[in-house]
Design a protein around this ligand. Structure first.
Ligand code: BLA
Length: 508
C-alpha cells in the first residue's frame, strides 16, 4: 500500500515506461550484432507485421519488410554512420511507407540503437518561417516584450490554442509570465502552480530534451515488446516516450487534449518552459518541433543578458550610494560616523528600511529595526549560524522562528560579518510586504486519492483560482544589492585593519 506522499511523484521511473505514444512506432537494435531487441506492438498498424515476428531477428528482416512496402533504405550504412559520426547528421531521415511520409529518428540508448518512426505532416518550409520569427522576437528590448513575442511566434508556428511562458521560482513552483491564447479561452496569465505539478525527474528530462510532445491524451499507448523479458528500454532521449498516467490525468482534468513544451535554460538550469495546450488532439511534426527548439535556444540565450537588465531599476542608485560610503570611510576617521552621519548613510545602499551595526561591543541603529531584546538573540543566532561573510533572506521567520514576533519590521535581512572573533556585523532589515498570490487551485492539495494511476493517487482536478495572502515575507534582495553589501563589507574591514595598523605604528 502506497501512502499519499508527494515525493512518490519524484520516484516514478518515467524514463522506462515500457510503452510509447501511439502516433509513431519504435524498434531497437543491438549495437553489436544488429539484432532486433525491442519492437512496439503498434508496428503491425504501420508495417502490417507483428512486433514479435521481428524480435531477435537480424536487421535484414526489417530491411526486407520495408523493401516489400516500397522503402529502399540502407539501414546498416545509416547505423554505421551514426555510430561513427553521431546521429544528429542523419536525423530526421525522410522515407515514404505505403505512400505516407515518415521521419526516422535515431539515437543510441546504452547497448541499443533506437529507431523511431513518426508521420511527417508539415507541408511548408519551416526554416523560412523560423528566421522571420527569431528576428521578430529579438526586436524586443525588455524581457517581458521578448517573452510575449516568443509566445506569439510559437503559437503562429504550431497553431495550438494556448501558448504560455511558465517561469520557475526559487522554491520550484511556477508562474505564467506571458501568454498568447485564442480569444475565447480564459487567461492563465499571472497564475501560480505548485512545484509538484512538474516533478523533479521530469524536469531533469526537460534539461536533456528541449521539446516534449504529448500528442493525444485520449489514445492508448503502445507496449514495447521484447524477446526474453529484457529490462525495459531506457527512453530518456526518445521522442515517442509514453506519458505518465498521472500527468495524462492532470491534462484531462485541465481539459487539455494535447500538450507541447519547450525548455528554457539559464546557466544550465531549467529557467522555465514554453507550455502549449491544444483542446483537441494535435501532433506537431518533427521539423516544426525543431523550429520551436531553435526559438527556445535563442530565447534561452537572450534571457541571460535581459534578466540582468531586468533585475532592479534602483540598482544604479544603490551602486552610487556604496561608492559614496566608501569615500566617506576614507575621509572620516570614525567608522560609525562615516556610515551613519553623512549625506549618504547605510540605508541608501539598498532597499532596507532599517539597519544595525554591531561594532566595538555597541549596537548602533538607523531606521526601523527590531527592539533591543529581539535584536540581541538574533545577533547571537547569526554569529552561530553564519559561516560565510554574508547571510541574506527575504523570509527570516522561515529560518529563525523568533523573527515571527517582529516580521512586520524585519522579514528581510542582509547580515555581513565584519569580524567573527569580535562579533562585529552589519544587519540590514526590510519590512514585510503582504503579497497576494493567485494559485490555480489550492497548492496544498495537489493530489487527490483515487484509483487512477500506478501510485493510487491522482493530480488535483480543481484549478479554480485560489488566493493566498503571503505573510512574513519581504520583497527579495536583488543580486546587485547583495554584491553592494559585500563590496561595502570589504571596504569597511579594510578600513578597520588600516586604522588598527596606524594605531599600532603610533604606539611603537
Ligand atoms: C509533466 N507537468 C508536466 C509538464 C507540465 C506540467 C508543463 C511537462 C509536460 C507537458 O508539456 O505537458 C504542468 N502544465 C503544467 C503546469 C501548467 C501547465 C503547471 O500547462 C500551468 C499552466 N503532476 C501532478 C502531480 C504529479 C505530476 C501531483 O500534478 C505526480 C504525482 C506528474 N507532471 C507529472 C509527470 C510529468 C509531468 C510525471 C512528466 C510527463 C512526461 O514528460 O512524461
Amino acid at each position: 500500500m502506497h501512502s499519499i506522499d508527494l515525493t512518490n511523484c519524484d520516484r516514478e521511473p518515467i524514463h522506462i515506461p515500457g510503452k510509447i505514444q501511439s502516433h509513431g512506432f519504435l524498434l531497437a537494435v543491438n549495437s553489436q550484432n544488429f539484432n532486433i531487441t525491442y519492437a512496439s506492438e503498434n508496428l503491425v498498424n504501420h508495417l502490417g507485421e507483428s512486433a514479435t515476428a521481428l524480435l531477435d531477428q537480424p536487421l535484414q528482416n526489417l530491411i526486407d519488410l520495408l523493401a516489400n512496402l516500397g522503402v529502399e533504405i540502407e539501414l546498416e550504412a545509416i547505423l554505421a554512420l551514426g555510430k561513427s559520426q553521431g546521429f544528429d547528421l542523419i536525423n530526421p531521415y525522410k522515407l515514404t511507407i505505403k505512400g505516407n511520409p515518415y521521419y526516422l529518428i535515431l539515437h543510441r540508448s546504452a547497448e541499443n540503437y533506437i529507431l523511431e518512426f513518426e508521420i511527417a505532416t508539415l507541408q511548408y518550409d519551416v526554416q523560412h518561417i523560423i528566421g522571420k520569427s527569431v528576428a521578430e522576437i529579438l526586436l524586443n528590448r525588455s524581457l517581458n516584450g521578448l517573452l510575449e513575442k516568443a509566445a506569439a511566434e510559437v503559437k503562429r508556428l504550431i497553431e495550438y490554442d494556448r501558448v504560455m511562458i511558465y517561469k520557475f521560482q526559487e522554491d520550484g513552483h511556477g508562474e505564467v509570465v506571458a501568454e498568447e491564447k485564442n480569444e475565447e479561452l480564459e487567461p492563465f496569465f499571472g497564475l501560480h502552480y505548485p512545484a509538484s505539478d512538474i516533478p523533479k525527474q521530469a524536469r531533469e528530462l526537460y534539461k536533456l530534451n528541449m521539446t516534449r510532445i504529448i500528442a493525444d491524451v485520449y489514445t492508448e499507448s503502445a507496449a514495447i515488446a521484447t524477446f526474453n523479458n529484457d529490462a525495459p528500454l531506457d527512453l530518456t532521449h526518445s521522442t515517442l516516450r509514453a506519458v505518465s498516467p498521472i500527468h495524462i490525468q492532470y491534462l484531462k482534468n485541465m481539459g487539455v487534449a494535447s500538450s507541447f513544451s519547450i525548455s528554457l535554460l539559464l546557466n544550465g538550469e531549467l529557467w522555465g518552459l514554453i507550455a502549449c495546450h491544444n483542446y483537441s488532439p494535435k501532433f506537431i511534426d518533427y521539423k516544426a518541433r525543431e523550429g520551436c527548439k531553435l526559438i527556445g535556444n535563442i530565447l534561452s540565450s537572450a534571457l541571460e543578458f535581459r534578466e540582468a537588465e531586468f533585475n532592479n531599476e534602483n540598482d544604479q542608485v544603490y551602486q552610487t550610494a556604496v561608492d559614496a560610503l566608501s569615500e566617506q570611510l576614507e575621509s572620516d576617521p570614525e567608522i560609525i560616523s562615516a556610515l551613519t552621519k553623512h549625506k549618504t548613510n547605510l540605508l541608501d545602499a539598498n532597499s532596507a528600511t532599517g539597519v544595525a551595526i554591531i561594532y566595538e561591543k555597541k549596537i548602533y541603529t538607523l531606521g526601523q529595526t527590531p527592539a533591543m531584546e529581539q535584536l540581541e538573540p538574533l545577533i547571537n543566532w547569526l554569529k552561530l549560524t553564519m559561516n560565510d561573510s554574508i547571510y541574506y533572506t527575504h523570509q527570516l521567520s522561515a529560518h529563525y522562528k523568533p523573527a515571527l514576533s517582529f516580521a512586520k519590521t524585519a522579514s528581510g535581512i542582509i547580515a555581513c560579518l565584519l569580524s567573527k572573533s569580535m562579533g562585529e556585523l552589519i544587519i540590514w532589515f526590510k519590512q514585510e510586504t503582504l503579497a497576494t498570490m493567485y494559485w490555480a487551485g489550492n497548492p496544498e492539495k495537489p493530489v487527490e486519492k483515487s484509483e487512477v494511476g500506478m501510485l493510487n493517487l491522482s493530480p488535483r482536478n480543481s484549478f479554480e483560482s485560489f488566493t493566498e495572502i503571503v505573510k512574513n515575507t519581504a520583497p527579495k534582495w536583488s543580486t546587485s544589492e547583495i554584491n553592494g553589501a559585500l563590496k561595502l563589507r570589504e571596504k569597511i574591514t579594510n578600513t578597520i585593519n588600516k586604522r588598527a595598523d596606524e594605531i599600532r605604528l603610533l604606539n611603537e
